[in-house]
Design a protein around this ligand. Sequence first.
Ligand SMILES: CC(C)(COP(=O)(O)OP(=O)(O)OC[C@H]1O[C@@H](n2cnc3c(N)ncnc32)[C@H](O)[C@@H]1OP(=O)(O)O)[C@@H](O)C(=O)NCCC(=O)NCCS
Length: 154
Amino acid sequence: MCTVNIRLAKSGDMSGIETINSVIDYNNPKEFMAETIQARRLFVAETSDQAIAGYGMYQVIWGNTPVVSLLKVLPEYQRQGLGSRLLLAIEQHVRDRGFDVILSSTEQINEVSTKFHLKHKYEPIGSLQMPHGQENYMSKDLTNTGSAIGTVLS
Ligand SMILES: CC(C)(COP(=O)(O)OP(=O)(O)OC[C@H]1O[C@@H](n2cnc3c(N)ncnc32)[C@H](O)[C@@H]1OP(=O)(O)O)[C@@H](O)C(=O)NCCC(=O)NCCS
């Protein structure tokens, strides 16, 4: 396996991000990706030959709660720990900014993502019935001092 560096994205990473979006398509507009890079909320996994193998990003809702909005690793780089490293980079980034809880979500039918989040100690907090199907929400306590749901509601 080649060396992979996790870092905040730059505008020059857009073509690599677009390549990933063409392979793992959730209909994510380029403008949205650009805004998130500008806000320093998008991390990329860059290989030693400068390929973008994956990315992860978050938004902040209600002005106080970070949410992992997209996390994608190219199929040929999956199951090598990159998704975990991207998620941990986001968690550390928001923790450093004073947030003590983070949310994420996944489609009910996405078993891989569900396993991935459980492995990272995300706890179910409810579901929304979306046009594409059921979206399951989860939270994680970043302080490791209490229940994730309690932290969200307090
Ligand atoms: C979900 C995703 C980001 C995981 O990235 P990844 O780099 O492959 O994940 P990791 O290698 O860090 O895996 C961490 C753990 O997740 C679980 N996992 C990951 N891929 C899995 C798979 N194909 N089958 C079962 N469990 C899996 C395992 O518990 C794994 O730990 P292990 O390898 O020690 O068993 C990746 O599969 C992906 O891009 N999927 C398509 C987009 C998507 O579904 N995004 C998530 C929606 S929020």
